[in-house]
Unconditional design. Structure first.
Length: 281
């Protein structure tokens, strides 16, 4: 996951409307449908490296809750070892061609000093059990359908959940459908070959993690999967001109970046409405 676009981006303005509470042993951002409307499902967000407190991700969670009429949980799966949001500005300093080289040295060390602990403490062998335990407990505690949304670092785990390799003690799948934008650390093509549950992926043509060749591979695999599992359950959406991180950390002041981020949100909302909210028992 160590890529320049994984730590770049723009901090969004806005005030999240949800609350923080402990859910299945993890401190969690919780946001619900407005006006006291009953939730028709649950969506769990597995965030990018900036974690569960990033305002961008919380506002996106609020949007999902309102537009899909679902309860959204965004737990701290990282146990506090997240990248500080100020690193976005730090990285802008490093990549700005107008910044003298000697002014880039300290910011460069600052980024490294944050990335190394993150990569160490968020290894898959450590974090995967946290994620799967949460979903197992959630599934066993509710009859509502469950979706998972993951971004960058979190996207890998959504793909793994969609492999449906682990069940509850009663044999239930942990989720009903998954969505990911610009997922990181995918093992291609194995991770995609293993997918069995409905999965939607949004990814940009300029992404440096999942490149165009990888997206074409996914399209081919999804086409074959539809023959086995049914049509409309697998989507690989290619967003022209989008970079890694665009769905969460795009610049809302840039009209094109704003449109790309909105397109990803629309794709997620549409997919969750079809495969979570409207899921047949």
């Amino acid at each position: 996951m160590a890529c320049k676009d994984c730590v770049s981006g723009t901090l969004h303005e806005g005030t999240p409307v949800g609350r923080e509470e402990t859910v299945h042993g993890r401190i969690t951002y919780v946001t619900e449908p407005p006006n006291g409307a009953a939730a028709k499902g649950i969506v769990v967000i597995i965030p990018d490296a900036f974690g569960w407190k990033l305002v961008n991700s919380r506002i996106l969670a609020d949007n999902y809750a309102e537009r899909c009429q679902v309860t959204v949980y965004m737990p701290d799966f990282m146990d506090g070892y997240v990248l500080d949001a100020s690193l976005m500005d730090t990285f802008h300093t490093i990549t700005d061609s107008q910044t003298p080289i000697y002014y880039k040295i300290f910011p460069g060390f600052r980024v490294i000093s944050h990335m190394v602990p993150f990569l160490y403490y968020q290894r898959q062998s450590i974090t995967e059990p946290r994620v799967f335990d949460f979903f197992t407990n959630l599934r066993e505690s509710t009859t509502l359908p469950i979706g998972a949304a993951g971004f960058c670092w979190g996207g890998k785990f959504v793909v793994l959940l969609c492999a449906d390799s682990e069940k509850t003690s009663s044999g239930k799948s942990l989720i009903d459908a998954g969505y990911t934008a610009h997922p990181s650390n995918l093992v291609m093509p194995t991770d995609i070959d293993n997918v069995k549950l409905p999965l939607c992926i949004s990814n940009g043509t300029l992404d440096i993690q999942l490149k165009p060749a990888g997206m074409e591979t996914i399209k081919g695999i999804f086409k074959e999967k539809e023959k086995e599992f049914g049509t409309g359950k697998f989507e690989m959406n290619v967003i022209e001109g989008a970079r890694h991180g665009f769905a969460v950390r795009g610049n809302p002041g840039d009209e094109e970046e704003k449109k790309r981020g909105q397109l990803a949100e629309d794709q997620a909302v549409d997919f969750f409405k079809r495969w979570v909210v409207q899921r047949k028992a």
